[in-house]
Write a protein that binds this ligand. Structure first.
Ligand SMILES: [Zn+2]
Length: 470
């Protein structure tokens, strides 16, 4: 029994003008990919012959460059034998958007089917934020997704998709998942699976899966920063053989989501940018984190908007840390200077034309490599003490999601009163440090409010643009 496996993941943000390139991906080809995914033991237990292809993973970013994406497709499709394959397992994001192509997942699946045909099952493990389509359901046989947001069950999802693939091979099943949409867009940061109203909808999907005929009943939250005709939440149900039942179940989950549309709310305090600063100033002797949510690199934004620095310059304010802003040229200038030098620098606006530039003057107090969002080294950084506020400039786009990222450049958040980060909701480690955390509705390619994003390609009617259309 030969089973092919592959993984290609990047969550796209089509409002970020910076294309995601091959160099942005962590890549493992052939046998080397086995260490990057978590299904090898399941395949060995099933005495399967593994056909490894490609593992490639990038942080969220702008649409993937077409030529680089086609190279990835080739790495997955070429090793597939044209006959003798029992099944295919793929771990994809589900919201990968490719320049001139659109859905990267649909394109990849279509090219796989052209080579291997439709007589063998393909199982997908996807992110909760996948933007699914009927086309994906027609091309795949099993569709699983994370059941947590924030995500904690990635490995469990990989394994579930593989177990269902093995079951389908053993029982000679070729299921066809069915999809329903609630036509509701709510900000991603208001959608957490452990919090009502989504918690109850997730519980309902769990109950559906108790039926042995239902292989998977999956709620997907969608990714709001992809402007496409298939953007948004979807409910995808895989029944062993009855597509009518699958469609009924998917419809009833979508109905629950629709009924709850006005019950989703931000789970942290969410304010206009100026109000966020005022609120922080009114919280003396406390550590306040402010999320510059419109420039959230973990949602694919460029991370180089000087908007918040410019805003802060209007206030008499002390002990503020801007963590951080991406600008490789400004970092290069710091590396040509000496520690202790006073520098006047223009920072930001070098990656995204939507981003403001900001001018800062201060003392160069630190230079060094910084740890990235997933623990890797993420290039050089420089820290400028401007008196009232301190700015970390990074060579590459980065995200301050954990304590060790601050520590890697010798910063202690407790030396500050206000820490400004380019995130949406705070990651759990920072949440523990914060006395108060505020999400600021700043402008940019990861604007939080659905009406501020600039979506033009989504299906209509769609809540909150339209209402009461059912
Ligand atoms: Zn996600």
């Amino acid at each position: 029994m030969k089973i092919a496996i592959g993984s290609l993941q990047c969550e796209s943000n089509t409002f970020c003008p910076l294309a995601t390139r091959k160099a942005d991906f962590d890549i493992a080809i052939g046998e080397a990919m086995l260490e990057k995914v978590h299904v090898k033991d399941l395949l060995e237990d099933a005495r399967a012959t593994i056909v490894p292809t490609l593992y490639a993973h990038a942080l969220p970013g702008g649409a993937v460059a077409k030529e680089d994406f086609l190279w990835f497709v080739d790495q997955i499709v070429t090793p597939l034998p044209t006959s003798g394959l029992a099944g295919i397992w793929l771990y994809l994001h589900g919201a990968m958007y490719v320049e001139e192509i659109g859905s990267g997942e649909a394109y990849l699946l279509k090219h796989i089917r052209e080579k291997v045909g439709y007589a063998l099952p393909i199982a997908l493990a996807l992110d909760f934020h996948a933007n699914n389509s009927d086309e994906i359901c027609d091309l795949a046989n099993i569709i699983c997704g994370f059941r947590t947001a924030p995500h904690t069950d990635q490995i469990a999802t990989e394994r579930k998709a593989m177990q269902l693939l093995l079951q389908s091979i053993n029982e000679k099943l070729l299921p066809s998942p069915r999809l329903a949409r609630p036509y509701v867009l709510v900000p991603g940061d208001a959608v957490q699976t452990s919090v009502s109203p989504l918690r109850e909808i997730m519980e309902e999907s769990d109950r559906m899966e108790l039926s042995p005929e239902i292989l998977c009943a999956q709620v997907f939250g969608g990714q709001q920063w992809v402007d496409s005709p298939y953007t948004g939440p979807s409910m995808v149900v895989t029944h062993k053989h009855d597509t009518a039942i699958a469609q009924d179940y998917a419809n009833s989950l979508a109905k629950l989501y629709w009924q709850a549309r006005s019950d989703f709310s931000f789970l942290i305090e969410a304010l206009e940018p100026a109000e966020a600063i005022t609120a922080a100033l009114q919280t003396p002797d406390k550590l306040v984190f402010i999320s510059d949510s419109g420039d959230n690199t973990t949602a694919g934004a460029a991370g180089d908007n000087g908007f918040f620095i410019n805003l802060l310059q209007n206030y008499t304010i002390e002990k503020v840390l801007i963590a951080g802003i991406a600008d490789s040229q400004a970092v290069a200038r710091c590396y040509k200077s000496n520690l202790g030098d006073t520098l006047t620098l223009t920072v930001g606006g070098s990656l995204s034309p939507r981003s403001e530039k900001a001018q800062i003057t201060g003392t160069l107090v630190h230079r060094g490599e910084i740890i990235g969002y997933t623990g890797e080294l993420a290039g050089e950084s420089a820290t400028i003490d401007c008196g009232n506020f301190t700015v970390v400039i990074t060579e590459q786009r980065t995200a301050f999601t954990r304590k060790d990222i601050f520590q890697s450049i010798h910063l202690d958040v407790f030396d500050f009163r206000i820490v400004v980060v380019k995130l949406g909701y705070l990651f759990p480690e920072l949440e523990q440090l914060a006395d108060r955390s505020i999400l600021a509705f700043t402008p940019g390619s990861s604007a939080e409010r659905i009406q501020d994003i600039g979506l033009t390609q989504i299906p209509r009617p769609m809540y909150p643009f339209d209402d009461n259309f059912y």
